[in-house]
Design a protein around this ligand. Structure first.
Ligand SMILES: Cc1ncc(COP(=O)(O)O)c(C=O)c1O
Length: 362
């Protein structure tokens, strides 16, 4: 890919494709989504003679939407054969009937199937994943990849994770149960959500950023989705049932507080905050996303989350909440050899994550 080329992906698709295209000076064309999911007809309509690669996340992050095999087959029958189609299957193990994209690879199509050990295997912090494509495409990747780009710990962890079928089975079971619980509780709270095939649920809470901030006060981290042009939504990752119940209880409290105090809606940074945020006309208790008091409150706050599952050890808070909630021998081994990680998390504070069951957010 080079300057002047273009990639095509869907509106609300996983953001990495757009970022990487920008690094190469390529343009990203986002085809309009249908019901928040990827519309493959719109993707084809968006292809021009500058298009080099089509990126499709299936299931997609953050919407959790899924394209079944017959839809993918119809799409592949229409894709011009010279185009590269990347199927990003990061959540592949959570899905019962995934399309068989490896079949296109065997048929010699220009298809790359991407998988990762970051999700069901819970190994996000060791940075291991893989792609499957025909040899000519892999050769191009070999020429450009960094030398030794997967370290020894990652490789040992990945091999052990593949063999640890019990861990995958338990994680999927727990995720299916947890996702059903979220869907039931969210429906009971009259909150709109997108049915998900992955280990998270996208929920419309009115103002994603202020609900994210308010939930932080309850020591619950969700992800605000403004960056995906979904400012009303948050993405909640399914955890253990105990974590799920805690999350729902906090969300119920936050939503009730916001519904009952429309005139004193605060900036969302703290329940104690008395400064009113801006309330948009006709939206009841939905506060503005940036109250003036938020930075000071955040700067002074310090809290601790204990009983942290070492399987979720990760270099960023984002992957921390995206990884597998069930214990596995593999990730415990990997966690135990990792030193303390320090990173800027997505809400701009230093986060220290240790395998020793403590996260400090300063
Ligand atoms: C759709 C999708 N693809 C890829 C990734 C990145 O996975 P990795 O941790 O292997 O970089 C993510 C992580 O959030 C994702 O949601």
């Amino acid at each position: 890919m080079e300057r002047g080329d273009a990639i095509v992906t869907s509106e609300h698709a996983f953001v990495a494709y757009k970022i990487i295209a920008r690094v190469f000076g390529a343009e990203t064309i986002e085809a309009p989504s249908r019901d928040y999911g990827c519309d493959l007809d719109a993707i084809l309509d968006a292809v021009t003679d500058r298009t080099e690669i089509i990126f499709i996340a299936n299931p997609n992050n953050p919407t959790g939407t899924f394209l079944p095999a017959d839809t993918v087959d119809r799409f592949m029958a229409r894709v011009p054969p010279h185009l590269i189609v990347v199927f990003d299957e990061a959540y592949y193990e959570f899905v019962d009937r995934m399309p068989d994209t490896l079949r296109y690879v065997h048929d010699g199509r220009n298809v790359v199937a991407l998988r990762t050990f970051s999700k069901i295997h819970g190994l996000a912090s060791v940075r291991v994943g893989y792609g499957v494509a025909r040899p000519e495409l892999i050769e191009v990747l070999q020429k450009t990849r960094e030398p030794f780009n997967v370290n020894g710990i990652g490789q040992i962890g990945a091999l052990a994770a593949l063999a640890d079928e019990e861990h995958q089975r338990k994680t999927k079971e727990l995720t299916d149960k947890g996702r059903a619980y979220f869907e039931k509780e969210l429906a009971a709270m009259n909150l709109r959500f997108i049915p998900s095939a992955a280990n998270f649920v996208l929920v419309n809470v009115g103002d994603g950023l202020s609900v994210f901030r308010a939930l932080l006060e309850h020591k619950v981290i969700v992800r605000a989705m403004k960056g995906y042009n979904l400012p009303e939504w948050v993405r909640i990752t399914v955890g253990t049932m105990e974590q799920n119940r805690k999350c729902i209880a906090a969300l119920r409290e936050v939503m009730e507080e916001r519904a009952h105090a429309p005139s004193r809606a605060h900036c969302g940074a703290s329940p104690q905050c008395s400064r009113p945020g801006k309330v948009r006309d006709g939206e009841g208790a939905i506060a503005s996303t940036r109250g003036a008091c938020a930075p000071q409150i955040h700067a002074r706050r310090s809290f601790r989350i204990t009983n942290f599952n070492p399987d979720q050890t990760s270099s960023t808070a984002h992957t921390l909440i995206s990884t597998s909630p069930v214990g596995s021998a593999t990730s415990r081994i990997v966690s135990s050899v990792m030193s303390v990680l320090t990173s800027e998390d997505f809400f701009g504070h230093e986060t220290q994550i240790t395998p020793a069951e403590t996260i400090l957010v300063r």
